[in-house]
Design a protein around this ligand. Structure first.
Ligand code: SF4
Length: 254
């Protein structure tokens, strides 16, 4: 695996995002690679690039059931503009019913473990289903999004899902992203015009002030935690098996 990863890295370095996308679609085949869109600004750029290169490319997204109405509107608008369909994944109904019955609909404000549990059920497990049959996934991560993302590379081996992960915009700045959006008239979430930068679920996202960290609007009530839901944490995490809280980022089990 290490050798293949190094070869791919060598092939991809010094290429622009469109060239990276072209290369990996060909390398993995359009059935075996999926772009995971969160409908964020970077992901809208990638949607535009990918569909212009390959209109049949697979694009998936997660509907956690707690998204902003503005995000649903953007899904609708994007489908219409590009005449495309998302592979939309929902959380397991029984799992959601269980945590909401036990802890209430806004359990994530109660404690960090509940927040991780909610993300686990509404995001990680559906993503695991979405990625189970592919060899690679494309993401909109950038190095300057946060301290935790400084080290991301153009292609990585994702230990959580045991597939390759490609980050075509890894070296882009936030200004580069906006420039592309404006020049190509890419549809974007209107919340970006109201101070929102990184947009996730409605109850867990707020606008940020100038100078604040890119991810500081996510789970803002949690102090000192990584501002990640687990989708992009490439590591094992301790699991509490005895209680009702469990979370695993590798070899995920429901
Ligand atoms: S972001 Fe909030 S509402 Fe969405 S899955 Fe995570 S904890 Fe639940």
């Amino acid at each position: 695996m290490r050798k293949k990863l190094d070869n791919l890295k060598n092939n991809l370095k010094n290429r622009n995002p469109e060239e990276i996308i072209q290369f990996v679609l060909k390398e993995f085949g359009i059935k075996d690679i999926v772009f995971s869109s969160s409908l964020g600004l970077e992901d809208q750029v990638l949607t535009d690039m990918i569909l212009k290169i390959e209109p049949e490319a697979r694009i998936m997204t997660l509907d956690t059931g707690r998204l902003f109405q503005e995000t649903y509107a953007l899904i609708q608008k994007t489908m219409k503009k590009y005449s495309m369909k998302y592979e939309i994944y929902f959380p397991d109904t029984a799992e959601v019913e269980k945590i909401v019955r036990e802890n209430g609909p806004d359990l994530f404000y109660e404690k960090s473990e509940y927040r991780k549990l909610c993300c686990h059920i509404r995001k990680i497990l559906p993503l695991k289903r979405a990625l189970k049959d592919v060899k690679a996934w494309i993401c909109g991560l950038r190095q300057d999004q946060s301290e935790d993302r400084r080290e991301i590379d153009v292609i990585e081996w994702d230990e959580n899902f045991e597939i390759f992960k490609i980050n075509p915009l890894y070296q882009w700045s936030y200004e580069d992203v906006w420039k592309y959006v404006r020049e190509k008239e890419v549809p974007y979430n209107e919340l970006h015009d109201k101070g929102f930068i990184s947009i996730g679920c409605a109850p867990c996202t707020r606008a940020v002030c100038e100078g604040e960290d890119f991810r500081s609007g996510r789970w803002w009530w949690e102090k000192g935690s990584k501002k990640e839901c687990g989708l992009h944490l490439n590591q094992k995490t301790e699991v509490k098996k005895g209680g009702k809280i469990w979370i695993e980022y590798k070899n995920l089990k429901p």
